[in-house]
Design a protein around this ligand. Structure first.
Ligand SMILES: [Zn+2]
Length: 91
């Protein structure tokens, strides 16, 4: 599923599965909010940090790649997959 960059994850367009919002602080991306690609409707937050406590981002806002994989362990759906080159791919 294609990730859909939106201005605001809480907006109407941010409700669609796979919507992503890059949040900046002082011009730097600090994390990515996204609407679970499984369709469960939940919003999640991925902190971008240059160490092992956060995700690594490739710096591309349109076709982002995050590592490592994303596990929705706190959600009922338990979605697990990757965001690679702007695509959500389930494991
Ligand atoms: Zn889900």
């Amino acid at each position: 599923m294609r990730a859909i960059p939106v201005e605001d994850i809480r907006s109407d367009e941010g409700q669609q599965p796979g919507a992503i919002e890059l949040r900046r602080l002082d011009g730097e991306v600090k994390g990515i909010a996204f609407r679970c690609p499984c369709g469960c409707g939940y919003e999640s937050w991925l902190p971008i940090k240059p160490d092992e406590r956060g995700w690594q981002w490739n710096g591309n806002a349109e076709t982002p790649t995050l590592t490592p994989s994303i596990l929705q362990s706190g959600l009922p759906c338990k979605w697990h997959g990757y965001l690679t080159a702007g695509e959500f791919v389930s494991c």
